[in-house]
Structures are given as C-alpha cells and as structure tokens.
Design a protein around this ligand. Structure first.
Ligand code: AMP
Length: 314
C-alpha cells in the first residue's frame, strides 16, 4: 500500500520537556496551545484527576462552521473542551493534496477561542511520526467501501492518527462530523473493537446557504465551478424526495443521481452509492433508511457528501 512518505525529520523533542505541571507551550489569550505530546498528556491527566470530563474535536484546521458546530457539541459534553489541528500526512496518498492543503493557524486559534475551546493540541509531523515510526491501525472491512476504494491509505492514516490523538488528549467524548460519514463509522468501529472507553458523538453536516456541504477544500473551487459542486447536494435532495415518495430501487436512484451530476461540465464521479449506514454494504432495495454517499471531482477538487434516504413512514 503506497502512502505519502512521512518526514524523516528530527525525532520529537518531547522527551526533553520538563515533567512538572508547567505552563503549556504557548498561550493565545484565553486558549492554551500545546505542541508537545507529554505536555498535552499532562494537561489531560490534570483534567481527569480534578474529576472533570474532557471533550475533544480533532481537525485538520482551516476551520469553518462545520468544525465550529462540533465544538459547540463538545462544549455541551465536557467540562473541558480540547481541539486539535494537524494535517495528517499518513492519510494522504502520494499524489494527493497534502502540500497544498489550506492552513491558517492564527485564524483557527482565534475562531476556537471564540467558541470557548480551552486547549488546542497542535503537534508537528515530527512530534507524531518521529524517525522509525512503524505502527498503523487497519480495519478489515469498512475501508473496503466508498472512499477507501480510491484512497487506499486514507482510513489507515485516519484510524492511526485518531488513536494516537486519543492516547494523547485522553478524552471522555470525541465529536466527529457526519460529513465524513465513513470516517465516523470507522472510528466508532475502532473504538468498539479495541474496547476504548471513549464515547463517539456525530454532528450533523453544516452546509453553505446554497446547500454545498462546508469543507476546507471548498476554498479550491472557482466561482464557475460552484454549480457543478452544488450538483452533489441537489442529487441527494432529489434522491431523498424520490425515496420519501416510495421509490425503493437503489439502482434507479443511483442512475438518476449519476446522470444529473454528470450533466455538469468538469465533474468526474468517483462513486454514487446507496448502502447500509452501519456496514456500508451496498443495498439494492431501500426498505429501511439507507445512506446515499457521493464522491465527485469538480475540476481537481474532490468533494464528498451524503444523506440518509428514508422510505415513507421510516
Ligand atoms: P477535517 O478538518 O476536514 O479533518 O474535519 C474535522 C472534523 O470536522 C471531522 O469530524 C469532519 O467530519 C468535520 N466536518 C468537516 N466538514 C464538516 C461539515 N460541513 N459539517 C459538519 N462537520 C464537518
């Protein structure tokens, strides 16, 4: 399995960080910003020893309302709210957009502070993947669907970084967006399979006013690509209406969505799927609520979106 090579940069300096309950690496107004693993673990230990609960929202930064909505859920769920910002090289393939992924740490910190986030973990690649790093988490079935088929290292990278972050931030509850539905199910499965004592909460998809699912990658889109980008949401809404009025044939629903998205210039469909929301196995008859999931390239920008299709009365 080819993945983007991790840096062979200098090993983490964590071992040299003094072990007292000293101040975090850096303070941006009211928010604690911690870069080193041991400092974050010590902070988490302190929260737990005070009998407080920790909620956690992991992100890759370049934040938008979708991320902030998860922070609001986290704020309700924990006494202390942590977020992380880390563009995880392990989940990008060699030809994907790791180098160009949008980043703006200062803006992100100020947004998180306004949401009442208490602490932000901002490790470097060398912190999380020091020289000699070789341990990865693989799920055997869920990654064999949807995005896993065209992004073979993606879920290995996601599961690995999330379990590392969980060991560092030590949350009681972690919040993930339903926008990345497969990722949410992968994490739920991993936490259950590995008996991790962490509650996983999903947050609904936050959309722009025209319906486009918010994504850090939307910043890649030109205004002329907007109608094509919107075709995903439109196709999902049309499918939801059709199933809501009694259509049960998944192949028909998929064909209609494929034709509708394909009619826009500059679109290249990766998948249009109707599947079981838990196992992600394809289904042919929609007798119960099913997940419709899409991945489409608009120009060079890969967009994903999904919606639950519910038959009448279900
Ligand atoms: P990312 O920074 O893209 O890795 O996303 C961090 C978290 O934010 C993940 O749990 C995503 O599912 C979630 N997220 C991203 N976009 C949205 C959105 N539009 N609505 C809700 N959650 C989102």
């Amino acid at each position: 399995m080819e993945s983007r090579p991790l840096s062979e940069g200098c090993p983490s300096t964590d071992n040299t960080v003094p072990v007292g309950l000293g101040p975090p690496t850096r303070k941006a107004n009211a928010i604690d910003v911690i870069q080193h693993i041991k400092d974050m673990q010590r902070y988490a230990d302190r929260v737990r020893s005070d009998d407080h609960t920790m909620a956690f929202v992991p992100t890759m930064g370049f934040l938008h309302e979708g991320h902030l909505s998860l922070c609001r859920i986290g704020r309700e769920r924990g006494d202390v709210l942590a977020a992380s910002i880390f563009v995880n090289p392990a989940q990008f393939g060699p030809t994907e957009d790791f180098d160009t992924y949008p980043r703006n740490l200062e803006r992100d910190l100020s947004l998180l502070e306004k949401e009442g986030v208490d602490v932000v973990f901002t490790p470097t690649e060398a912190n999380l993947y020091p020289e000699g790093y070789q341990t990865y988490v693989n799920l055997t079935q869920l990654p064999e669907h949807l995005c896993g088929l065209s992004r073979p290292v993606f879920f290995r990278g996601v599961a690995t970084v999330v379990i590392k972050l969980f060991h560092i931030v030590k949350p009681h509850v972690a919040v993930f967006g339903e926008k990345d539905f497969q990722q949410l199910q992968v994490i739920r499965r991993m936490v259950a399979d590995l008996d991790m004592d962490i509650e996983i909460e999903g947050g609904p998809i936050v959309r722009e006013s025209d319906g486009l699912a918010m994504s850090s990658r939307n910043s890649y889109l030109g205004s002329e690509q907007r109608p094509a980008a919107l075709s995903l949401y439109r196709a999902l809404c049309a499918a939801k209406d059709r199933v809501g009025s009694g259509e049960t044939d998944a192949a028909k629903i998929i064909q209609e969505a494929t034709e509708s998205i394909g009619s826009y210039p500059d679109t290249d469909i990766d998948y249009v799927t109707v599947c079981d929301p838990i196992t992600l196995d394809d289904i042919s008859r929609i007798d119960d609520p099913a997940l419709m999931a899409l991945a489409v390239k608009v120009g060079q920008t890969r967009l994903i979106d999904n919606m639950i299709l519910a038959p009448p009365g279900k």
